[in-house]
Design a protein around this ligand. Structure first.
Ligand SMILES: NC(=O)c1ccc[n+]([C@@H]2O[C@H](COP(=O)([O-])OP(=O)(O)OC[C@H]3O[C@@H](n4cnc5c(N)ncnc54)[C@H](O)[C@@H]3O)[C@@H](O)[C@H]2O)c1
Length: 446
């Protein structure tokens, strides 16, 4: 079969992106409102979707000499932004215009341009329990006989949304929950479903949404560091039902920089003795993370990356004794404009020490919104692509996460450029195009 035929045949397996794509968001705070307002601003032609690989990125096909680098959105069949319809849940009343004003991420003038659209979306009452997010008090919260009853109420909300949209994706943009470890109740679907009936305390609200979502056959994305779908019960459900899951914790500011710099040191065989990271952050996320139990969940995903990238067991002379510390300090005056400092102690030839300082004055939700958009578009694509759908877990989207979930026995790839290659090669693969290995010998003749 010619390359052209192979490509046509592969592409024909993917269902087209016809009709409305419903986006369901538990947690409509800073990230969610910045995403939704941003999509509407782009649709109206007021702004560009900067930071979105799916909307702005290109993908090279064939040899460098062929000059064939289409836009990703022209290469794979992604949903059109005009077809996105949003809904979600939150514990705060009011509409999304008010929620976006509270989040203080986007300028008032920009919000006013799209005010009627934002006013038209009102979060549904949430499944919430203060035990899991200590610093928040729920105002619009569902009540039910048991966690199972609450989960079924979410299923009803989803069923109603299904009548208004053609396909759906759920993305958790809710708060970071307290640190939970996998327990017996998470070990099988049967035990998990019994746990729902028995109100097991190890079943957090995010798990209730995720279970309802997967049962309804809808892909689930975890933007927070919560345990949520990283449990055998829900992974089995995802795989058996062929419903994509992806997570976890958007890789936005400091960890994004870390997974660029650490691979650079390792590639050059430069040693590392310490990496001190601290942040000041004044938004609601910062307030929630000010509680030690909630911070522990975030700390785990932030700390993991260096070990996997640097592989101290393979390179003990360079990375055996790294002192790695991560701090997040709640500092209200900064709002969503986080400042992340890194002090990095490295050493080079003959062990001579050097230092690098990074001061990233970033905007948390401005960095997160395009990642959320890409994940929505790519997870919808995965759900229409038989070769990806059957996998359940979508590791090829690890590019977007601080703590990518991987099948048991595999370590996660954290290096941003390996992740980017993995993502693009997956797109080439599902479209029947040749993979790009960067070997390049074929440019030199025989
Ligand atoms: N750059 C970033 O902003 C970034 C990066 C990585 C991860 N995250 C994670 O994304 C999540 C959202 O961040 P944010 O800045 O938008 O926070 P936020 O506090 O502005 O929004 C979170 C919202 O979730 C709601 N919520 C909490 N529990 C809920 C529940 N059970 N059901 C429904 N709603 C619930 C809260 O009321 C709040 O409105 C957090 O977990 C955060 O750690 C954010």
């Amino acid at each position: 079969m010619s390359n052209h035929n192979a490509a046509n045949e592969a592409a024909a397996q993917i269902q087209p992106a016809k009709g409305k794509l419903g986006v369901m968001i538990p947690g409509m705070g800073a990230v969610a409102t910045t995403l939704i307002a941003g999509v509407e601003a782009v649709r109206k032609g007021f702004a560009k979707p900067i930071g979105s690989l799916a909307e702005m990125g290109t993908i090279r096909l064939g040899k460098r000499t062929e000059g064939n680098s289409p836009l990703i959105k022209d290469f794979v069949p992604l949903a059109d932004l005009n077809d996105l319809v949003f809904t979600g849940w939150d514990i705060f009343g009011g509409n999304l215009y008010d929620a976006a004003k509270t989040a203080q991420v986007l300028d008032r003038d920009q919000l006013d341009q799209i005010k009627p659209f934002l006013e038209g979306i009102e979060p549904m009452p949430a499944v919430f329990d203060k035990h899991y997010v200590k610093r928040l008090d729920g105002k619009k919260v569902k009540t039910g006989r048991s966690k199972c009853d609450l989960a079924n109420q979410i299923r009803n909300d989803i069923a109603e949304f299904k009548t208004r949209t053609d396909r759906q994706v759920m993305i958790w943009c809710g708060s970071t929950e307290i640190f939970l470890e996998p327990k017996e109740v998470h070990s099988t679907l049967e035990k998990f479903e019994k746990g729902l009936v028995n109100d097991d305390p190890d079943i957090a609200p995010s798990m209730i949404y995720a279970w309802a979502c997967l049962k309804e056959g809808i892909p689930f994305i975890n933007g927070a560091p919560n345990l949520t779908v990283d449990i055998p019960a829900l992974q089995d459900l995802s795989k058996q039902a062929g419903v994509p899951t992806a997570g976890k914790d958007f890789k936005t500011g400091q960890t994004f920089m870390k997974t660029v710099l650490a691979p650079a040191f390792k590639t050059r065989m430069l040693g590392l003795s310490g990496w001190y990271s601290t942040n000041i952050l004044g938004n609601r996320d910062g307030e929630v993370l000010d509680d030690p139990d909630n911070f522990k969940t975030k700390e785990e995903t932030k700390l993991g990356v260096l070990d996997y990238i640097l592989q101290p067991k393979l390179h003990p002379d360079l990375y055996k004794d790294i002192y790695h510390k991560v701090r997040i300090n709640y500092y209200p005056p900064r709002g969503d404009n986080k400042e992340g400092w890194d002090n990095i102690d490295i050493f080079g030839w003959l062990g001579y020490p050097m230092q690098i300082k990074v001061d990233f004055l970033c905007r948390d939700s401005i960095l997160a919104a395009p990642l959320a958009l890409d994940l929505i578009l790519f997870m919808d694509l995965a759900n229409r692509t038989p070769a990806l759908k059957k996998l359940g877990m979508q590791e090829w989207l690890s590019f977007y996460f601080k703590a990518p979930t991987v099948p048991e026995g595999l370590y996660p790839e954290h290096d941003l450029f390996i992740q980017s290659m993995k993502l693009k090669n997956t797109l080439r693969h599902i479209m029947g195009e040749g993979l790009i290995t960067h070997l390049g010998l074929d440019y030199y003749g025989d």
